[in-house]
Design a binder for this molecule. Structure first.
Ligand SMILES: Nc1ncnc2c1ncn2[C@@H]1O[C@H](COP(=O)(O)OP(=O)(O)OP(=O)(O)O)[C@@H](O)[C@H]1O
Ligand SMILES: [Mg+2]
Length: 302
């Protein structure tokens, strides 16, 4: 079942800024990644999903509820972590948590206690004076405090230290196991790789592609840097049917791309040569997606 449906969502802020005909769906129980460079339209899309902004065209719906028309209900029900955490004046952390409990009708004190412990929140001091990471942790607690079925997380780990990033990733994995539906925007490829079932790339306000995370993993290719004992061996290997990326005759080194299905062929071919060094490099999700980010590419054909 589709839990989140976005159809031709458009908001034109002028001068080529905004989002244009953005469409995608997130299935129940799915973790959906939203990747894209700065200014691509991730937060704008997420804000429309929370009903903060009226679309000029198209529609966003969560649980079949129109996000603009049912903003009030969604504010109570959906777990939202904003990209920029702005906290109110004159409250300490305890006061803020208390206020959010009221707004979100969060009754489960045990859950709130667990969240505060897990994210190691100190409950003293004015929220305005908290560090960026502490503010974000407080916002995480607010987003999860009523155990919502749908979570919209806008760059959730930005500002968190590496230990807290890990805590957060483990936490979201548990939410996924519990069947929660998560839309997560991020710039951190490892986080997306660890969590997401599908990944959308947005650029200049348009969705460029939506890919299955498993497909990306299977697509993985390796680069091997092989150094041969002699120039003759080095010359001879170049007749083998591999895609050579780099040739270095001085060091008798060849770098080649080997697809997973070619691994056996590569191992067999290599055994007939005198090799002094072999370095393997696995293509990461980052490398896979990086070409979508580069500004000098057109995406018409993708
Ligand atoms: N309220 C607004 N008024 C005018 N322009 C806006 C407004 N909100 C966003 N924009 C513009 O829309 C574009 C998309 O912004 P958005 O914040 O959605 O990007 P983003 O993908 O979240 O980027 P980042 O990775 O930096 O958070 C940007 O060019 C931004 O300047
Ligand atoms: Mg943003």
């Amino acid at each position: 079942m589709d839990k989140i449906v976005v159809n031709n969502l458009t908001k034109d802020y002028g001068h080529g800024r905004g989002i244009y005909d953005v469409s995608f769906t997130v299935k129940e129980g799915e973790v959906f990644g939203f990747l894209g460079p700065n200014g691509a339209g991730k937060s704008t899309t997420i804000r429309h999903l929370m009903g903060f902004s009226k679309p000029q065209k198209g529609k966003a719906a969560i649980d079949k509820l129109d996000c603009w028309k049912k903003h009030g209900q969604l504010m109570k029900e959906v777990g939202y972590l904003p990209g920029e955490v702005a906290l109110p004046d004159g409250l300490n952390s305890k006061g803020f948590v208390h206020m959010m409990q009221g707004l979100r009708n969060a009754q489960n004190q045990q859950l709130i206690k667990e969240l505060l412990e897990r994210f190691q929140l100190k409950m003293t001091g004015d929220v305005k004076k908290l560090s960026i990471g502490e503010k974000r942790k407080l916002a995480v607690v607010a987003a999860f405090m009523n155990d919502p079925d749908v979570l919209l997380l806008d760059e959730p780990t930005s500002g968190l230290d590496p230990v807290m990033q890990e805590v957060f990733i483990t936490f979201v994995k548990e939410q996924k196991e519990k069947g929660k539906t998560v839309l997560l925007s991020s710039h951190i490829f490892s986080e997306v790789e660890a969590l997401c079932d599908r990944i959308a790339i947005i650029k200049e306000g348009k969705i460029i592609t939506v890919v299955d995370a498993e497909e990306v993993k299977h697509y993985k290719r390796k680069t091997f840097e092989v150094t041969f004992q002699s120039k003759e061996e080095y010359d001879r290997f170049q007749k083998e049917p591999f895609e050579f990326r780099e040739v270095n005759p001085d060091e008798h080194m060849l770098a080649m791309v080997v697809e997973d299905r070619q691994t056996n062929q590569f191992v067999q071919a290599s055994s007939g040569y005198k090799i002094t060094k072999m370095v393997e490099h696995q293509q990461t999700l980052e490398e896979y997606f990086m070409h979508f980010y580069k500004s000098d590419r057109t995406f018409g054909g993708i």
